[in-house]
Design a protein around this ligand. Structure first.
Ligand SMILES: Cc1cc2nc3c(=O)[nH]c(=O)nc-3n(C[C@H](O)[C@H](O)[C@H](O)COP(=O)(O)O)c2cc1C
Length: 218
């Protein structure tokens, strides 16, 4: 039976729209403001305001999208996330480093889309972040062969138990195939839901050393 969802409709009541004149000159500063507001308006851990959809393109042109967590905006204004270098996304990024991030904060009626190019973070950055992760996450990273077929749940749990035994009483080293990516943005779009579908969309695009702002139809 089909699932009809056409009647589920939100009319965004956010009256405070986006005006070009009120936007920061740097889209990174604008983004940091939006993320801070989203964090301040995320009352439960299930809100995950740093969750972003990462879209990549596979060698055959097939897009792939999945959620990852933003862990840093570094001094060079790059968006950093961590993952397995043996995963499908890593293979896709090796073949085509162009990627897009999409944030959605429903409680604010806001979306941000960020296009750019990724490169791997250096080992030191990956190791520094790995060291801050809870031990259970570190062991999970050791035990999991991300994106590869697993015979059963038991196999996965046995791999975790083996990792726990191997590193008992010692620090868990960063797996060779685990680390970060940093995305350098080239285009950022800020979307604010407004009443009557007259949403605001403001796009920053690189122009020389600065950024040009354009408005797009919603
Ligand atoms: C809220 C949420 C946060 C996630 N964060 C990460 C993350 O930071 N890094 C990661 O590798 N996978 C993360 N995942 C899992 C990915 O969505 C995905 O399943 C995994 O990275 C494998 O993707 P791939 O096979 O396309 O490489 C997260 C999933 C959810 C739902």
């Amino acid at each position: 039976m089909s699932m009809q969802l056409g009647d589920l409709r939100t009319d965004y009541q956010h009256q405070d729209g986006l005006l070009e004149a009120n936007m920061a000159a740097s889209p990174i500063d604008e983004f940091k403001g939006w993320l801070s507001l989203a964090i301040a308006n995320s009352p439960g851990e299930w809100f995950e305001p740093t969750a972003m959809t990462l879209a990549t393109v596979g060698p055959g042109g097939q897009p792939a999208a999945r959620v990852v967590l933003l862990k840093e905006i570094d001094d060079a204004n790059r968006f950093v996330f961590f993952t397995s270098y043996a995963s499908d996304k890593a293979a896709e990024l090796a073949a085509n480093p162009q990627a897009t991030l999409a944030f959605y904060w429903g409680q604010l009626g806001r979306q941000v889309r960020i296009d750019g190019t990724v490169e791997k973070t250096d080992r030191e950055t990956s190791a520094k972040y790995f060291a801050t992760r809870p031990r259970s996450s570190q062991l999970g990273a050791v035990a999991s062969d991300q994106s590869h077929e697993v015979t059963s749940r038991e196999t996965l749990e046995a791999a975790l138990a083996a990792a726990e035994a191997k590193y008992e009483g010692q620090d868990v080293p960063v797996p060779d195939d685990w680390g970060g990516y940093q995305l350098t943005p080239t285009r950022l779009e800020f979307w604010q839901g407004r009443p009557n579908r007259l949403h605001d969309r403001l796009v920053y695009q690189r122009e020389g050393d600065g950024w040009a702002i354009r408005r797009l139809g919603p």
